[in-house]
Ligand binder design. Structure first.
Ligand code: ATP
Length: 247
């Protein structure tokens, strides 16, 4: 056995959490995604980056089953979920964190956290664990959603699928509209989520934030994946990306 085959045998197998293959999506007659293929490994954080209108949100919504005018396959934890609706995909472990954060404004933080069903008892974070990682949600636990700041809402929106036991979070622009100090806190939380073994796919316009949190980056332009970069490649091209992608 050669050295390289020994290494291949000894290296821990990386399990694919999510595989999107040959995905096309339309709004009416207008095609928004073209032949998109991406792969996220278990415990990996990946970003979708690109200009406004590149198709990032459409891809995230298509993975969740919220955008239905699509062709291609979405395989999650080895199961083809392409024909399943968003509720079944959520039960399979996909956690959705929309850009408007989707907080119920008249319900308390605690009610927002506990109203969705637990989908995986073993993976679900207990309330104690949620409050340990998101102390502000403990402080605000009896506040209605409407009284939370943008950063607090973002934390609640991210905590909700962790409480449900989702194994892959889909985050649409988690840093959008937040003060730098809050963006740093969100960065820290994404690192903790990754350490817990949960995978994350996030849409991000903020190159510095994307670079700080992710292992892999998919660049989208006009509905196509134009590059897949690992963390080091992305970091070394930050200046170019800022200039050419207008991010
Ligand atoms: P942004 O950062 O501005 O949200 P994005 O990369 O997420 O951009 P999408 O929102 O996915 O891009 O949009 C992809 C394309 O689909 C764009 O050309 C956009 O104009 C179009 N599009 C998005 N939503 C709709 C809609 N509801 N109806 C028609 N076209 C849409």
């Amino acid at each position: 056995m050669t050295e390289s085959t020994t290494a291949a045998v000894l290296a821990p197998a990386r399990t694919t959490a999510l595989e999107v293959h040959g995905l096309d999506a339309w709004y009416g007659e207008a095609q928004a995604l073209r032949d998109v293929s991406i792969q996220i490994h278990e415990g990996e954080v990946a970003t979708l980056v690109g200009r406004n209108g590149a198709g990032k949100t459409t891809l995230l919504r298509s993975i969740m089953g919220l955008h239905r005018k699509v062709r291609g396959t979405v395989t999650f934890r080895g199961r083809d979920v392409s024909h399943q609706g968003p509720h079944r995909r959520a039960r399979a472990g996909l956690g959705w964190v929309p850009d408007d954060r989707g907080i119920y404004s008249s319900l308390s933080v605690l009610e927002n956290l506990t109203m969705s069903p637990v989908v995986d008892r073993k993976a679900a974070w207990s309330l104690d664990r949620i409050f340990e990682h998101f102390p502000v949600l403990h402080t605000r636990r009896n506040f209605p959603g409407s009284k939370l700041s943008g950063g607090e809402q973002q934390m609640l929106a991210m905590a909700r699928p962790l409480r449900m036991g989702s194994s892959l979070l889909l985050l649409d622009e988690p840093s959008e509209g937040l003060a730098p100090v809050i963006v740093q806190q969100i960065e820290g939380i994404i690192h903790e989520i990754r350490q817990s073994g949960t995978s994350v796919l996030l849409v991000e316009q903020n190159v510095h934030f994307a670079s700080a949190v992710a292992d892999r980056h998919y660049l989208l332009a006009q509905g196509r994946i134009v590059e897949s970069l690992d963390a080091a490649e992305f970091r070394s091209r930050t200046g170019e990306l800022l200039e050419h992608l207008g991010m």
